[in-house]
Write a protein of this length. Structure first.
Length: 255
């Protein structure tokens, strides 16, 4: 992978510890590593982009750029402006401060990076560290393990419309039990609504981080909670092919 060009982005911001850890890991795979990331935290932005208004990309040095926009804005700028004449071979997202398991992939700006990378026709990964929302003593594990995962998976059969979602358990290398290829669990964020203040016409509230839903034994959440690194191939093709025939048969004639 030494000749490969790697683009790194995240949703925790360009100064987050996780993105520095990911750059360290990427540099062990290639000398051609670029970081284009939000100037400030953009967690929960999903795959949103800035439809209106101007954006500013500030060069910190030759290969580090901070954008005052969403993670997707960063990938769009990097692929279509900054690296237009030599596009990345890989997009690495993260390492997220906290897991992206189950239906987190719908909301996460980290997976938003990987989705946009996939739409750009680039092999993309989303990396997250379980339990590291505020801090972790296990960041040094990532540069030792992540490159081996990329080297093993990069040459695997790769669907044009999918990316790999990788979650690390918050454990030492000695305590990691292995790697599991797992399904997304049914775990979902967003139902923990905390009321701060309520009047007759106004409700002040915030959305908590608690998750609800089933944690199936073959899922990513179950794997990580039991000490495994989980890898999930995630498709961005949202067509439900199983319903096309049935719906077609039920359509009325329009004259």
């Amino acid at each position: 992978m030494k000749p490969s060009r790697i683009l790194i982005c995240n949703d925790d911001g360009i100064d987050a510890e996780g993105i520095h850890v990911l750059e360290q890991a990427a540099l062990s795979l290639s000398d051609d590593v670029w970081v284009v990331a939000p100037a400030v935290e953009q967690s929960g932005k999903g795959h949103s982009f800035t439809a209106k208004g101007e954006l500013d990309a500030v060069e910190r040095d030759d290969r580090h750029f901070a954008v005052n926009g969403t993670p997707t804005d960063c990938v769009l700028f990097a692929c279509n402006v900054l690296l237009k004449n030599h596009r990345p071979d890989f997009v690495f997202a993260g390492v997220n401060h906290g897991s992206n398991l189950g239906f987190d992939v719908i909301y996460s700006g980290t997976t938003g990076v990987a989705i946009e990378g996939t739409l750009q026709g680039i092999k993309s990964y989303a990396f997250s560290l379980y339990g590291a929302k505020y801090s972790s003593v296990f960041w040094p594990v990532i540069p030792k393990v992540l490159p081996r995962i990329v080297e093993k998976t990069a040459s695997a059969e790769w669907s044009k419309l999918s990316f790999l979602n990788v979650n690390f358990p918050e454990r030492s290398i000695e305590d990691i039990k292995g790697v599991k290829i797992a399904r997304l669990s049914s775990r979902k964020i967003g139902d923990d609504i905390q009321i701060i203040r309520k009047t007759d016409k106004e409700t002040l509230f915030k959305i908590g981080y608690a998750r609800n839903g089933e944690i199936e034994p073959d899922s990513d959440t179950f794997a990580v909670q039991n000490g495994f690194i989980s890898i999930t191939p995630v498709s961005i093709d949202m067509t439900d092919d199983s319903r096309i025939t049935d719906l077609t048969e039920k359509m009325p004639e329009i004259r």
